[in-house]
Design a protein around this ligand. Structure first.
Ligand code: ZN
Ligand code: ZN
Length: 367
């Protein structure tokens, strides 16, 4: 019944926008509100009504998925684009004002609505997202399940590193295992980045580069389960770590562990970023840490709240965020450690469980 309660949460927030109803056009928001997973759909959410408008491919699916989610809503099917837009115009006309999602509507779409709707269009920003950010128990369990699948796939694939495998082969094995373990697929394009050049790129795409002795290898892997994502990074050193590899692994790990320990409701995302960044800066490598500390994860792999130097969000219970400091330099490679955590009333619960312990984990073990 949790999906059915979401419309009420959005209505309460909508009351502060000056709009009587909300026209939801972002498909992720539509899914979160209704349980409907099709690729064409709009929701009109009024004070006491919820209507989903979709095309002929999805009428039955929408009715079925919403019934399954316990959502009491009407479905209107448009046989053509014009008919669909006609339904939206009809639904909006009964209100004096209707909010639209400014971040998800094109200028062309807005002009068409302004001409067709007999009411005032009000730009809103992040109304559904502000509620979607707070995960309920069922959502957290799906994300935790996605984390467990990625943990298991990584545990199975790590022992094969350094046997002449390429980045792409390791990526393939991870993605196959995640599917076999019950994931719909990878949560995003799995990153396997090896050596002094590729591992220096935070979002390197796997190539035919062979993982060799002396390399740092960054593996960033997540699974997708029933629409929900997971996200985790581990870094390995092939063979005995050099003093610099060892020093930087310990530094990044210390920053990451301090970040996880600091996560708590009430902390700003800017403060969380500073916890990690200050440790790396004090270690002398601040300019090697070239990205933000983390981001929210849910129905999207990157969503609110974003954790970076400019982040002005305040962490709340139910936020699911990554903590992922890293250092990168061409000629050295890179190191990143990333966990996914859920903010609780006691601090946070870490959902990813792959080992990351100190000292720097060489592979295969040499000590
Ligand atoms: Zn990641
Ligand atoms: Zn991430």
């Amino acid at each position: 019944m949790t999906i059915a309660q979401r419309a009420e949460r959005v209505r309460a927030r909508l009351a502060h926008t000056g709009a009587e109803a909300l026209l939801v056009s972002d498909l992720t928001n539509v899914r979160w509100l209704t349980g409907f997973t099709g690729s064409n759909g709009w929701v009109v959410l009024g004070p006491d009504q919820l209507t989903l408008v979709t095309d002929g491919r999805y009428g039955e699916q929408a009715a079925r998925q919403m019934a399954l989610a316990g959502v009491a809503a009407e479905v209107l099917v448009g046989a053509t684009g014009a008919e669909t837009q006609g339904h939206l115009a009809g639904l909006s006309r009964v209100h004096r004002t209707i909010g639209f999602e400014a971040a998800h509507v094109s200028v062309q779409q807005h002009a068409a609505w302004a001409a067709a709707f007999g009411c005032t269009l009000v730009a809103t920003i992040g109304v559904v997202e502000a509620e979607r950010r707070t995960k309920d128990t069922a959502e957290i369990e799906l994300i935790a399940q996605a984390c467990r699948i990625a943990d298991q796939a990584l545990a199975e694939v790590v022992p094969t590193l350094g046997n002449g495998l390429t980045e792409a082969q390791v990526r393939n094995q991870l993605e196959i295992r995640m599917r076999e373990l019950g994931a719909v697929g990878p949560s995003y394009d799995t990153i396997v980045a090896t050596g002094p050049l590729n591992a220096a790129l935070p979002h390197h795409r796997p190539t035919d580069a062979v993982i060799e002795d002396g390399h740092t290898v960054i593996i960033d892997v997540g699974a997708l389960v029933d629409g929900y994502h997971s996200d985790m990074t581990r870094t390995f050193v092939i063979g005995r770590p050099t003093p610099l590899q060892h020093e930087l692994y310990e530094l990044v790990l210390a920053a990451q562990q301090a970040g996880v320990a600091a996560v708590a409701a009430g902390l700003s995302t800017k403060q969380l970023d500073a916890v990690c960044r200050d440790i790396i800066t004090e270690g002398g490598y601040g300019d090697w840490f070239t990205h933000g500390t983390g981001h929210g994860v849910g129905l999207l792999i990157h969503e609110d709240p974003f954790v970076n130097r400019a982040g002005d969000a305040i962490l709340q219970v139910g936020d699911v965020v990554t903590v992922e400091p890293g250092v990168y330099r061409e000629g050295f490679g890179g190191i990143r450690v990333e966990d996914l955590v859920v903010v609780t009333s006691e601090g946070c619960r870490v959902l990813t469980a792959s080992p990351k312990e100190s000292p720097c984990p060489p592979f295969p073990p040499t000590i």
